[in-house]
Ligand binder design. Structure first.
Ligand code: CO
Length: 134
């Protein structure tokens, strides 16, 4: 169902400070930066092999990442699996009885199609499915 891990999502309070940390400590280059209004975040993708770390800074305290930061502080927010067929993957996990946050895919960073599964049905791990733009 999944090709590989696409990215790990990390909630941060200060995007520029976090970019500097990853660049200076791990030599990870910034590959892409985008404001994703639908998710109320400014997001940066850092390159690591074929995968990414996705740094997420909330645009305002409302929204999922803002609430996460308030409750937990900065840290790992979600794991994202890559699929070539997000509609089929969503159907499969729905049939497997998992609870979905997104019943239909939404537009994510870099024109990908994404959908989140509820952490209550995935062992406490907020899980994102990603179908990259072709
Ligand atoms: Co993500």
């Amino acid at each position: 169902m999944f090709g590989r891990i696409d990215h790990i999502g990390v909630a941060v309070e200060d995007l520029d400070e976090s970019i500097r940390l990853y660049r200076e400590s791990f030599a990870m280059a910034e590959q892409h930066r985008e404001t994703v209004e639908a998710f109320n975040v400014e997001a940066v993708l850092l390159e690591v092999g074929e995968g990414h770390v996705e740094l997420l800074q909330p645009l305002s305290p409302e929204g999922a990442v803002g609430r996460f930061l308030e409750q937990h502080g900065p840290g790992i927010h979600h794991v994202a699996y890559q699929t070539d067929d997000i509609d089929g993957a969503l159907r499969a996990v729905r049939e497997a009885g998992l609870r979905l946050i997104d019943e239909e895919p939404r537009r994510g960073i870099r024109n990908s199609r994404v959908a989140f599964l509820h952490p209550k049905s995935t062992g406490g791990v907020l899980t994102e499915l990603v179908e990259p733009a072709h």
